[in-house]
Design a protein around this ligand. Structure first.
Ligand code: IPD
Length: 292
């Protein structure tokens, strides 16, 4: 994982020319995501000790999650002392509240895909979003084991390792769509609803395929890349999706809540797709899952 100069990024040059204040935010997010990714990569193939169980046996935290979140927050706090912070592990421990105000707020998941990380499955990512007046302005998702750096600034498009992203424009019908969803970390009767939704997509719509990767952030980046066409889930928190949703939006994607209404990242359910037609088609098929 070579250290890369953030200066090589085309988007940074364009923001610099426009004297856009978001330049420094993006620069810092890219640099710290890469540093965080190195920490993850360095221990990736080691057996993980000190795994703690959070809400369920499928909701885990490792020492690396905590170390990475601390590094990201310490760095960003020193650069932007007036900003606010929401992070998966700080909220879990109770040291921060999951409450969004109009103040610039960094929303961070140090390892999205912790279960994958524990299993040495490479679908893991650092997710860093900056929200100002409740709008995500900067999003960075870095998948260190693939050296994939996704990033976006509102109104400026999204990129993967310097290449501009565009959603798939070929899938206009659900039967052509590669669908991502997740079972999440709940281990209760809602698993039956999730399975039945998948059964209906396969049997009634004959969708092209179903993917469950274990990372909400990367699922949204997959919509941005065109490597999946639609992704829906009930359960993810704002840190799982804040950055990825901007990246998919800036690549031409559309996100609604799970009923097709206005998307709100604090509401923990959504459909993110390459076009609205797919969302309109999937809604009557999906049985809604009550949030816990
Ligand atoms: C989880 C992943 C997973 C999603 C869960 C999230 P974490 O995040 O994004 O794909 O299904 O809802 O909690 O716990 O690995 O950061």
């Amino acid at each position: 994982m070579a250290e890369k100069s953030c200066g090589e990024v085309e988007l940074l040059k364009s923001l610099e020319t426009k004297k856009d204040e978001r330049l420094s935010f993006l620069q810092e997010a890219l640099c710290i995501a890469r540093k965080a990714g190195k920490i993850i990569a360095d221990v990736f193939h080691e057996t993980k000790n000190n795994i703690q169980i959070k809400a369920t046996c499928a909701d885990l935290v490792t020492e690396t999650d905590k170390e990475v979140e601390k590094l990201i927050f310490d760095t960003l706090r020193s650069k932007f002392p007036s900003h606010s912070f929401i992070g998966e592990e700080s909220v879990s421990e109770g040291s921060l509240q999951c409450k969004l105000t109009d103040n610039p707020t960094w929303i961070v998941d140090p390892i999205d895909g912790t279960m994958n990380f524990v299993h040495m499955n490479t679908t893991v990512a650092v997710s860093i979003g900056l929200v100002i007046k409740k709008q995500t302005e900067v999003g960075v998702v870095y998948a260190p084991m693939r050296d994939q750096m996704f990033y976006s600034v509102r109104g400026e498009g999204s990129y993967l390792n310097g290449k501009k992203l565009r959603v798939n424009t070929a899938a206009t019908d659900l039967s052509e769509a590669l669908v991502a969803t997740e079972y999440g970390s709940r281990r209760d009767e809602t698993a039956a609803i999730l399975s039945e939704n998948i059964r209906k997509l396969l049997m009634n719509h004959r969708v092209a395929g179903i993917r469950c990767t274990g990372s909400a952030a990367l699922n949204m980046c997959d919509v941005a890349c065109g490597s999946v066409d639609i992704y829906y889930e009930w359960g993810p928190q704002c840190w799982d999706v804040c950055a990825g949703q901007l990246i998919s939006h800036e690549a031409g994607g559309i996100t609604t809540n799970a009923l097709g209404g206005e998307y709100d990242m604090m509401c923990r359910s959504f459909i993110c797709a390459c076009n609205k037609n797919l969302i309109d088609q999937i809604i009557p098929t999906l049985t809604q899952v009550p949030l816990n």
